[in-house]
Design a protein around this ligand. Structure first.
Ligand code: NAI
Length: 476
């Protein structure tokens, strides 16, 4: 088996945590029970690009139990939990000197070159073929396949879709190398892929852009916009893990501090709630009048970053947009202000601009925690080099919330793989009855008792007794 992880001797530790996580992931375990005999994913060759954590290990082993042949990478250079990666490679029945699990190419602290090498490795099976399904988080695997096929078709360098010239250069090098090794590889790979299921807001955004431009090569299910994903993982997941990231990185007392949350979407709402819960005085920045009004009605001060940049102690960007905190902002911050991002990509904070400031000095406090000292002697603390801090500095979302997200992922993989005729090239969300099913699978574990509609009540509000209970336009 080919794989590359940090240390297989960590597998036992990983396996013990996977065992605990399984109990906290009732949705995934229920899906295993429902489908393990039928094996609807038999024949599926799934390439996954999603943070290689303990929770993801439970997802991977669920896909395998349903019949899939899987290869995996992390979708971020800092988010891998090395014991999780080791346990997945070793597998339930293997040993460190005889791994029998799933090929994983991921370790904590990859370089960008290594990151794209890993992505390329997971997109190639040992027999030289590619995957027929992608499970993506942020869209990097989808991007590599699309840009590769575009490159081959045009016989020229595809235009940069990214804002980061350095990373774009690495992607292009990867494409040039792989095409030289096997001309036509990416066109073949794109043609063989039946579909992609995408985990996050930023990746979904990329998919809709490609669909609009007519360049999307295969159907996609937008898992992010299942209600049981974005209204749970993005919100309650970040409510948990933003504090975890801050604590593990700095252990600064949050109570009484002024914290600025940029963006009040699902992630922003979770982060603001958590910081408020710790006693921080939370300030929101927003561009959308609806979200700004929500923030105000939730009791937060809403203002511009310029207004508070020199007064706040903690900054968290949650926008999925770029250049939110500029180098100039950072230069004006208070001494030892903490700067962090929880959005998918690292371009929310202008790290390149920060590094270019005259006389600036970068001091590593510990991995993923850096003090940046300005020429005048004052400094700021940047978490995870501007990459998502909850996965870079802590362990991301806890199992229970990820069970909701990943149950959607598994159902979406089954949909695209087994019903190709129902999904012509385009971007879809799962039907509401499946969204409700995911929620239902998590109720017992929390001791939730649902009220059942009478037939008359159902008829009165125009739904079926067994659901769906809301029209598609309902917003929760
Ligand atoms: P969203 O679209 O619900 O929220 C983003 C908000 O930022 C919007 O309300 C938007 O109006 C606002 N915004 C955009 N530009 C802004 C600017 N210049 N200044 C202030 N506000 C601005 O998206 P969601 O679901 O909250 O996701 C945000 C990011 O977090 C995405 O990149 C997503 O992929 C990522 N994400 C990260 C997770 C993690 O564990 N770290 C989990 C889930 C999502």
């Amino acid at each position: 088996m080919d794989y590359k992880v940090a240390d297989l001797s960590l597998a036992d530790f990983g396996r013990r945590e996977i065992r605990l996580a399984e109990h906290e992931m009732p949705g995934l375990m229920a899906v295993r029970e429902e489908y393990s005999a039928a094996k609807p994913l038999r024949g599926a060759k799934i390439m996954g690009s999603l943070h290689m954590t303990i929770q993801t290990a439970v997802l991977i082993e669920t896909l395998v139990e349903l019949g899939a042949d899987v290869r995996w990478v992390s979708c971020n250079i800092f988010s891998t939990q090395d014991h999780a990666a080791a346990a997945v490679v070793v597998g339930k029945d293997g040993a460190a000197d005889d791994p029998k699990g799933v090929p994983v190419f991921a370790w904590k602290g990859e370089t960008l070159e290594e990151y794209w090498w890993c992505t390329d490795q997971a997109l190639q099976w040992p027999d030289g073929t590619g995957p027929n399904m992608i499970l993506d988080d942020g869209g990097d695997a989808t991007l590599l396949v699309h840009k590769g096929a575009e490159y081959e078709k045009a016989g020229a360098v595809p235009t940069a879709a990214e804002d980061d010239p350095e990373e774009w250069g690495i992607i292009l090098d990867t494409l040039r190398r792989t095409i030289a090794d096997k001309p036509g590889r990416w066109t073949e790979t794109a043609a063989a892929i039946k579909g992609v299921t995408e985990e996050t807001t930023t990746g979904v955004h990329r998919l809709y852009e490609m669909a609009k431009a007519g360049t999307l090569a295969f159907p996609a299910i937008n898992v992010n916009d299942s209600v049981t994903k974005s209204k749970f993982d993005n919100k309650y997941g970040c409510r948990h893990s933003v504090i975890d990231g801050l604590n593990r990185a700095t252990d600064v007392l949050i109570g009484g501090k002024v914290a600025v949350v940029c963006g009040y979407g699902d992630v922003g709402k979770g982060c603001a709630d958590a910081l408020k819960g710790q006693g921080a005085r939370v300030i929101i920045t927003e561009i959308d009048p609806i979200c700004a009004l929500q923030a105000a009605m939730d009791g937060f001060q809403v203002t511009t970053l310029e207004d508070v940049v020199d007064k706040a102690d903690i900054f968290v960007t949650t926008t999925g947009n770029f250049n939110i905190i500029t180098a100039d902002h950072m230069a004006r911050m208070k001494h030892q202000a903490i700067v962090s991002n929880i959005g998918h990509f690292d371009n929310e904070i202008d790290m390149a601009g920060l590094a270019k400031i005259d006389g600036i000095e970068k001091i590593e406090i510990k991995p993923q925690v850096h003090e940046w000292r300005f020429a005048d002697g004052h400094s700021i603390i940047v978490l995870a080099e501007g990459r998502l801090m909850n996965l870079g500095c802590a362990t991301g979302h806890p199992s229970f919330v990820m069970s909701n997200s990943f149950t959607n992922q598994v159902i979406a993989q089954i949909e695209l793989f087994t019903k190709p005729d129902e999904y012509p090239v385009g971007v879809y969300v799962l039907p509401k009855h499946l969204d409700e099913k995911v929620a239902r699978l998590h109720l017992d574990a929390l001791g939730v008792k649902l009220t059942e509609l009478t037939k008359e009540q159902a008829a009165y509000i125009g739904v079926h007794v067994e659901g769906p209970y809301k029209p598609d336009h309902y917003r929760y």
